[in-house]
Design a protein around this ligand. Structure first.
Ligand code: 6PG
Length: 256
């Protein structure tokens, strides 16, 4: 099942995505005692993280039962301005006092991105108690997308797209000298709920190609095997899409 939610602006995108995250996390906590999600990187999620750390959202989830992984990370120190971990740490782990044992950072202190990927993969296997050959099933994976159609750190034409036996791999973007560590497509596509957060005019044409199924674009290869796929877009990114008239939510949106 695929859903495109066109929001009037980025504020409404953040509100709608926050409700989505809380709805599904509450369901996971209720059914399984915990919610396990993978966070995106880049700039778009910053506003969502700040929103979740404020009323009313901050009190809508038992945060001690929520575990945080990442879809990808840059191979930079964790206190680097480029670090996806640092963004989440400052924007909402600290304000919400998320317990350290719930934060499963991609450790970049290793001597190579390969070693960092292998460490992250091993820790995912241990956390989900996987047998050999098994893949984890995240309750929720949030993703961004670049204007070139990359998602997580899976880039167009990259060899990382052909990694199938591993949960995690590493990649080298053409646009940067900084290597990346990333969940593989096979891992991402096992998730219960996958949501893209897309904002800005520069993504509209790429989104249309993704929705038309252009498999040259890694974002078009995100197809949950047994889960839901939702695109939260603002009007600028969704200008080629029909308005999605309403958003079913179990939460009364503040002020609505
Ligand atoms: C990263 C991300 C990457 C990001 C897109 C969109 O580490 O950069 O995981 O996939 O989501 O590049 O980035 P913006 O949100 O900054 O447009």
């Amino acid at each position: 099942m695929r859903k495109i939610v066109v929001c009037s602006d980025i504020s409404e995108l953040y509100e709608t995505a926050a409700e989505f995250l809380i709805d599904h996390s509450l369901a996971a906590v209720t059914s399984g005692g915990r919610s396990v999600m993978a966070l995106p990187g880049g700039n778009t999620p910053r506003g969502l993280f700040h929103l979740l750390a404020r009323a009313p959202y901050q009190s809508l989830l038992p945060w001690t039962q929520v575990h945080f992984f990442w879809g990808d990370e840059r191979y930079v120190p964790k206190d680097s301005p480029q670090s996806n971990y640092r963004l989440a740490h400052e924007a909402f782990f600290v304000p919400l006092a998320i317990p350290g044992e719930n934060i499963h950072r991609i450790r970049v202190e290793y001597g190579s991105p390969e070693q960092a990927a292998a460490d992250y993969q091993q820790r995912i296997r241990e956390f989900f108690q996987l047998d050999a050959g098994e893949f984890p099933r995240f309750d929720l994976i949030l993703l961004g997308m670049g204007a070139d159609g990359h998602t997580a750190s899976l880039f167009p034409g990259g060899s990382e797209l052909n990694v199938h036996q591993d949960l995690v791999t590493w990649s080298q973007p053409k646009s940067s000298a900084v290597p990346r560590i990333t969940l593989t497509l096979d891992t991402i596509n096992q998730a219960r709920h996958i949501a893209f957060l897309l904002s800005g005019e520069e993504k509209a044409a790429t989104l249309r190609r993704v929705l038309d199924g252009d498999e040259n674009l890694p974002a078009a290869l995100v197809k949950p095997e047994n889960g839901t796929l939702t695109y939260f877009v603002d009007k600028a990114a969704g200008r080629f899409q029909p308005e999605f008239q309403s958003w079913n939510t179990f939460l009364t949106r503040p002020g609505k």
